[in-house]
Design a protein around this ligand. Structure first.
Ligand code: SF4
Ligand code: SF4
Ligand code: SF4
Length: 299
């Protein structure tokens, strides 16, 4: 089961159908003046770029099995090495960027990507928050490479793994590890139709309540990051009585300090609280601040 696939009327499923309706209606109009078409009636060019990542977010695009053909009809897939070696030269109308910046080459490359992109969308926890590889940001990267690699002198890497937005202007961020494919469809469809994407900004708790779940934190004393985590997965883990570990990262305007206090009341020690905020979105500003405060508190 994947993010957004859970059965039972979900916001994500609704997003999916509305996205596809949009693509369909735009396709039916078929005229060069429709908003989805660029000048000259050509299909908008889509590019997908990879930086330091596992490819899982790119695969979310290919996982859109039922909608992929229609999407491919609405845009020209001009650069997507995961799917095809054929490359159409830029500039590109929509660039999806997966992965974090971890080398000096990456820094140069993302600037070039920005220059040839009309809309640049960063997708996934790696691209929006540095990813799991940003755990290096809290240690000594030289020490890590010395331990991990037989010939560490061959390794060329920056000290920190950073999100795309630290280097170039990003038009929109899509969160998750991996992202919800229907949210991605909603974003692409919205750009094609010149409207604001309908991506929820509330927390997983809202989805959890909507699913009719009994709260595992209130009723079972199981630590859960749902209250501070951005919605998008239809409360997948709490629906199976597992605490959320925040693969979608911090939601907007949430009281993270209050949740860490609650975790302490539930019996978590200081080190465990630091680690719960240091996962896929460890370098997001909200999580790194609270983890740092907790860490300082333990010293
Ligand atoms: S966010 Fe997660 S799924 Fe996406 S590329 Fe990074 S590690 Fe892979
Ligand atoms: S189980 Fe977790 S996500 Fe669900 S309501 Fe409780 S705290 Fe929120
Ligand atoms: S960890 Fe949290 S955000 Fe990620 S799938 Fe589970 S419930 Fe959803």
């Amino acid at each position: 089961m994947e993010h957004g696939d859970k059965a039972g009327g979900s916001s994500s499923s609704n997003s999916s159908s509305s996205s596809m309706n949009s693509i369909k209606s735009r396709g039916r109009s078929g005229s060069s003046s429709s908003r989805g078409r660029v000048e000259g009636g050509k299909r908008p060019k889509l590019a997908v770029w990879k930086f330091a990542s596992c490819d899982g977010c790119q695969l979310s695009l290919l996982d859109l099995e039922d909608e992929l053909l229609e999407l491919a009809d609405a845009v020209e897939v001009a650069y997507f090495l995961e799917a095809s070696r054929a490359v159409v030269k830029g500039p590109y109308d929509i660039s999806l960027v997966e992965g974090s910046i971890t080398t000096s080459d990456d820094v140069e490359r993302i600037r070039r990507v920005r220059k040839v992109s009309r809309y640049l969308i960063s997708i996934g926890a790696c691209a929006t928050a540095g990813g799991i590889q940003a755990l290096r940001n809290f240690g000594d990267v030289k020490e890590f490479t010395n331990i991990v690699y037989a010939r560490p002198e061959y390794i060329s890497t920056l000290e920190r793994s950073t999100p795309i937005s630290e280097h170039v202007k990003v038009d929109l961020e899509l969160h998750g590890c991996p992202i919800n494919r229907y949210q991605l469809l909603e974003v692409i469809s919205s750009i094609l139709n010149g409207k604001r994407p309908n991506i929820n900004s509330y927390s997983v708790c809202m989805e959890c309540k909507r699913a009719g779940n009994v709260c595992i934190m209130v009723a079972g004393g199981i630590p859960c990051m749902g209250p501070v985590t951005r919605a998008g997965c239809n409360a997948l883990c709490p629906s199976y009585r597992r605490g959320c570990y925040s693969c979608f990262g911090p939601s907007e305007s949430v009281n993270i300090r209050s949740l860490s206090n609650r975790f302490r009341e539930l019996g978590m020690d200081d080190g465990s609280i630091v680690r719960v905020f240091r996962m896929f979105n460890a370098y997001s500003q909200q999580f790194r601040e609270v983890a740092r405060e907790e860490e300082v508190g333990t010293q």
